[in-house]
Design a protein around this ligand. Structure first.
Ligand code: PXL
Length: 265
């Protein structure tokens, strides 16, 4: 089972590829990476970070890979630095995703109802067009609003289902502890213990675990249930162990949940 993770390398702050690699590996996947940018930290809460877009390298990597017999069961994309990168990801997916493979998109746009630095409406429109090519999208509540203009999560989910068969709205601030996903033509709710506070990188931990579950062939509900359990445990640990939440989630000692679930395959 082979997965391509397209995301940035934030050297400190535990998100993007530094999360995707261990989490997907714990799910038993062989993980190839296509880095979109190199940053000293992520952009959520740090100032003075460095940012090197890797567009030129991505093109060259694509050219080289085109000479190799590569194909992926899952292509999973996260933080993208520009509209051009969004278009490029479509090209990569068309070229390297197996015919029966799955395309998982985490439409990284923002949090707390604002865009992350450097993103705007035009970028959100580009991200919407990428979501339209995905099998599964995992916007958080802010991103579901930025993609649809709807603050009501049920309405946002409905609109998202018009562009992608399986939207999943992540984030744990739903009033009575559940998150929403779309299956068999209707809204479904997955119970989720609510933990107060904001946990940077939680979306990346969630999306990576979910992509790993899908790569293992779990049905949507089971994939979400295992992912939610893993994230909940990581959040509880982070709440206790990480004083400054911008440094990301302490998920590492909960990875056994994934290795156990997929052992013996
Ligand atoms: O966790 C999402 C994310 C990924 N990559 C970068 C980010 C963020 C959110 O702040 O800044 C570079």
């Amino acid at each position: 089972m082979r997965i391509l993770a397209i995301n940035d390398i934030s050297c400190t702050g535990k998100c993007s590829l530094t999360v995707a690699l261990p989490v997907l590996s714990a799910c038993g996947a062989t993980v190839d990476i296509l880095p979109t940018a190199l940053l000293s930290t992520h952009t959520g809460g740090f100032t003075g970070y460095t940012f090197l877009p890797l567009d030129g390298e991505m093109e060259k990597i694509f050219e080289h890979w085109s000479t190799l017999p590569l194909s992926y069961d899952v292509v999973y994309s996260g933080y993208l630095g520009s509209r051009a990168q969004i278009e490029f990801v479509k090209k990569v997916k068309d070229r390297f995703l197996k015919a029966d493979g799955k395309f998982v998109v985490d439409p990284v746009l923002g949090d707390n109802f604002t865009f992350y630095k450097g993103f705007d409406e035009a970028f959100a429109a580009g991200m919407r067009s990428l979501c339209a090519e995905a099998d599964y999208i995992l916007p958080n509540e802010t991103e579901s609003f930025l993609l649809t203009g709807e603050r009501d999560f049920s309405k946002a989910l409905e609109k998202l289902s018009e562009i992608c068969p399986h939207p999943i709205i992540t984030g744990a601030s739903a009033p009575d502890g559940y998150f929403l996903y779309y299956e068999d033509g209707g809204e479904k709710r997955m119970p989720l213990e609510k933990v107060e506070g904001s946990f940077h990188g939680a979306g990346d931990v969630f999306a990576s675990a979910f992509a790993g579950c899908i790569a293992n062939g779990l049905p949507l509900k089971e994939a979400l249930s295992l992912t939610a359990e893993f994230c909940y445990r990581a959040i509880l640990r982070t709440e206790k162990e990480v004083p400054d939440k911008k440094y990301g989630m302490n998920y590492e000692r909960e990875l056994y949940l994934l290795t156990d679930a997929f052992k013996g395959r």
